[in-house]
Design a protein around this ligand. Structure first.
Ligand code: PSU
Ligand code: MN
Length: 310
């Protein structure tokens, strides 16, 4: 039997090992949202709540991060706390993984890097807040998140509340269509826009039931059509923000980024931080509500996908 060299970089938590041994489905979670997406202590509190939602639904959460030169699949409560408090965790996307593993520094994985690690660990479903995409003005800047290429390559289902309107959502969907990445929607016809329920763009297929979502995804992979699937579900009505307010704030953040010459991997964190500051605590409440809802949808999908394998 040949030994897979990638597996020597993975360390699974005890909870993940026993879930995999028992055939209990896993749901991957990213760590950028903990290290860079929310302030302490709400980040750690939310990470724990999201894990609890997944467990209550009968699946096992596996929060993914880089720590001590290892890809960690599943973190303990203490490790979540450490990551949540740390102010030096690197933002790790596909191209950064080797460097951060080699340095031994703590790393928070983006959607792209979390997909890679989930696939290495044999996890089919990954829950996040919002995916990266084609930035507004990408015709000039070429700023297209590595998340999209990862969705092209890596066979993991990504459950999200759509994408933030800091992006050009229309071009993001065009890009995914060109590369054959299906965009499914749960609960409404349209693709969601993170803080608000409706991006104004239709998803490719509306599939409300986890069994139907699982059938779609399993069929794609059975056919050898490798690559990811986006499953978008809108933030619950009660948690959504008014569209006009978030649009105005987004425009101001974009103007500031341009004026300050922000570029490269700093663009997304800059925009997220400015929006967070300008909306005060309300955007944080929305963020927490949508991630918890995504976790519920993702856990049900993981159970249905596991059942479809038998
Ligand atoms: N969009 C959000 N929240 C986030 C991110 C994107 O609404 O936290 C993070 C995710 O980790 C995503 C990354 O994978 O930013 C994309 O960064 P970039 O645009 O540099 O690829
Ligand atoms: Mn970018």
């Amino acid at each position: 039997m040949s030994i897979d060299p990638a597996s020597s970089w993975l360390t699974r938590s005890a909870a993940v090992v026993s879930a995999q041994a028992a055939g209990r489905p896993l749901v991957a979670l990213e760590s950028t949202i903990i290290a860079h997406g929310m302030p302490y202590p709400e980040n750690v509190h939310t990470a724990r709540e999201v894990e609890a939602v997944i467990r209550a639904a009968g699946a096992e959460p596996a929060t993914i991060a880089v720590m001590g030169g290892r890809i960690r699949i599943g973190l303990s409560g203490d490790e979540l706390e450490l990551l949540g408090r740390s102010d030096n965790a690197q933002k790790v996307s596909r191209r950064d993984l080797p460097a951060v593993l080699a340095s031994g520094e703590p790393g928070a994985t983006t959607v792209a890097a979390t997909m890679i690690c989930a696939a290495l660990a044999g996890i089919e479903v990954f829950v996040t807040g919002g995916i990266g995409g084609v930035h507004r003005g990408a015709q000039e800047t070429f700023d297209i998140s590595a998340d999209l290429q990862e969705l092209v390559k890596t066979s993991v289902a990504v459950v999200c509340a759509g994408a933030k309107s800091i992006l050009d959502i229309g071009l993001t969907l065009e890009y995914l269509e060109t590369h054959g990445v299906p965009v499914l929607s749960c609960g409404q016809d349209n693709f969601a826009a993170f803080y608000t329920r409706d991006s104004g763009f239709r998803a490719d297929y509306r599939l409300d039931e986890p069994e139907a979502q699982a059938r779609f995804i399993r069929t794609k992979w059975d056919l050898g059509l490798s690559g990811g699937v986006v499953l978008s579900t809108p933030v619950p009505e009660a948690g959504a923000m008014p569209r006009e307010e978030i649009d105005a704030i987004t425009q101001q953040a974009l103007d500031e980024a341009k004026a300050q010459g922000i570029a490269g991997k700093a663009v997304t964190p800059f925009l997220l931080a400015r929006i967070k500051a300008m909306t005060g605590g309300r955007s944080l409440a929305t963020n927490i509500a949508l991630v918890k809802h995504n976790a519920e949808v993702g856990a049900k999908l993981a159970l249905a996908l596991a059942a479809s394998r038998r």
